[in-house]
Write a protein that binds this ligand. Structure first.
Ligand SMILES: O=C(CO)COP(=O)(O)O
Length: 251
């Protein structure tokens, strides 16, 4: 279960938020579910210090990474910098980056490669917009994004990738995909991974659903065979709500 905070919570608020999560979750929760937070870049050093100092079991990562390793790229953050902060994950190709920053599949592919060069695990986001969904093209569209982002990524690397299926029409809209909608595309993603690599690798890859996940709808989505986790936006800003999402099994 990963919380994508997007552009919310400064570094002081981040410390409070991670402390609340750590307080609310038990060893039993961490044994059952991997929990990660994905704060803004400026929070990461504070989160690292807290996680290290208190030996918390919460993982963390960034919301984006540069395709480049260093140099004259004003405003960008390299994979090496994130690795130095002990980030485990980095989100790549979130629909908001595709939409507002013009990131295409080639950009995502370059960023996936950059993540692996620096030992970071990509959470690769894919998913269709409303027009594509209305036309019934969600599977073809999402698989094309998957193919593009994983181009030339060898099996040793792809084995650890996390894929987040986030239908754009369900992000921040309260319009959650039905469990069947989520399963249709997440199942197709796993089948494509088996074609691109092999069935063992595909079975081992974690596929998340994202888009208006809340404590009230997470259990039904998680019950789908090809949904292994959730990438949570708005509900991850409320520590009680995110704690309930992590505890979806108790419902
Ligand atoms: O974009 C998302 C997570 O990356 C989903 O956002 P919401 O949970 O706010 O719909």
């Amino acid at each position: 279960m990963a919380g994508n905070w997007k552009m919310n919570l400064n570094h002081l608020e981040a410390i409070a938020q991670v402390q609340k999560l750590a307080f609310g979750l038990s060893d039993k929760d961490f044994a059952a579910v991997e929990v990660a937070v994905l704060p803004p870049f400026t929070d990461l050093r504070s989160v690292q210090t807290l996680v290290d100092g208190d030996k918390l079991k919460i993982k963390y990562g960034a919301q984006d990474v540069s395709a480049h390793d260093s140099g004259a790229y004003t405003g960008e953050i390299s994979g090496a910098m994130l690795a130095k902060l002990n980030c485990t994950y980095v989100v790549i190709g979130h629909s908001e980056r595709r939409q507002y920053h013009g990131e295409d599949d080639a950009t995502c592919n370059a960023k996936v490669k950059a993540a692996y060069r620096h030992g970071l695990t990509p959470i690769l986001c894919v998913g269709e917009g409303l027009e594509v969904r209305k036309a019934g093209g969600q599977v073809a569209h999402t698989l094309a994004q998957l193919d593009g982002a994983l181009k030339d990524i060898p099996a040793e690397q792809a084995a650890s990738v996390v894929i987040a299926y986030e239908p754009v029409w369900a992000i921040g809209t309260g319009e959650v995909a039905t469990p069947d909608d989520a399963q249709e595309v997440c199942g197709a993603i796993r089948a494509r991974l088996a074609e691109l690599y092999d069935a063992d690798l595909a079975d081992g890859v974690r596929i998340q659903y994202g888009g208006s996940v809340k404590s009230g709808n997470v259990a039904a989505i998680m019950a789908q065979p090809d949904v292994d986790g959730a990438l949570v936006g708005g509900a991850a800003l409320d520590s009680d709500e995110f704690t309930k999402i992590v505890r979806f099994r108790d419902q």
